[in-house]
Design a protein around this ligand. Structure first.
Ligand SMILES: N[C@@H](CCC(=O)N[C@@H](CS)C(=O)NCC(=O)O)C(=O)O
Length: 203
């Protein structure tokens, strides 16, 4: 069974676990303790030179880092990821948006907030919140006219967008200005195979 090296607070590994749940794929989740520096130790750096979770380790020992690469790999050949060139590009479009505009801004603002460093570095925090709000406004405009990220149906693009969308409030950002975005989040959460963020970790 493939192993997912992951950390409970990270929402990047959540993407892989969501794809696995939606497709009924087996996955063993192994905790890499980021707070203890485990992702920067030699054995982990051999799996991912970037020293970050998530990493998917296949049965033959091949290691695949980067959450969206893992999500694409797991979704390949399923209804979550179309084959047709333009349809696939429309899915990828939102996955690139997630990596460039959503994850870095919501992720860092949330990290500063939950570690109490938002008040120590108010300038950095404010910058990230502003950029996150800009990304959320883009999502709001999109979801005001679309139920799903791409192709009018649930795809792997919704899964990767959802991961950091689910922690906007933890970043200290009010979602009141984004009602269509909040409605889309609820649509994702109401799917039968949806799982909570701690799913797969040993109790
Ligand atoms: N672009 C990467 C980002 C991965 C990432 O930033 N992982 C964080 C946790 S969310 C991490 O492992 N940080 C530990 C570190 O940098 O030492 C992805 O999408 O997988």
């Amino acid at each position: 069974m493939p192993i997912l090296y992951d950390y409970p607070r990270s929402r990047n590994g959540y993407k892989a676990r969501l794809v696995a749940s939606h497709l009924g794929l087996p996955l063993q989740v192994v905790t890499t303790d980021l707070m203890a520096g485990e992702s920067r130790q030699a054995d982990f750096l051999a799996k991912n030179a970037a020293g970050k979770v998530p990493v998917l380790e296949l049965e033959d020992g091949t290691c695949l880092p980067e959450s969206n690469a893992i999500a694409l790999f797991l979704a390949e050949g399923s209804a979550l990821l179309p084959d047709a060139k333009l349809e696939r590009a429309q899915v990828l479009r939102w996955m690139f948006f997630e990596q460039s505009q959503l994850l870095p801004n919501i992720g860092l603002a949330r990290m500063l907030k939950i570690t109490g460093r938002d008040t120590q570095r108010p300038d950095v925090y404010a910058q990230r919140v502003e950029a996150a709000q800009d990304a959320l406004s883009a999502l709001e405009r999109h979801f005001a006219g679309n139920d799903w990220a791409a192709l009018g149906r649930f795809t792997v693009a919704d899964i990767v967008l959802y991961a950091y969308s689910s922690v906007v409030e933890e970043a200290g950002i009010d979602t009141a200005p984004y009602p269509a975005f909040v409605a889309w989040r609820r649509r994702v959460e109401s799917l039968p195979a949806h799982i909570p963020p701690d799913w797969g970790f040993a109790a």
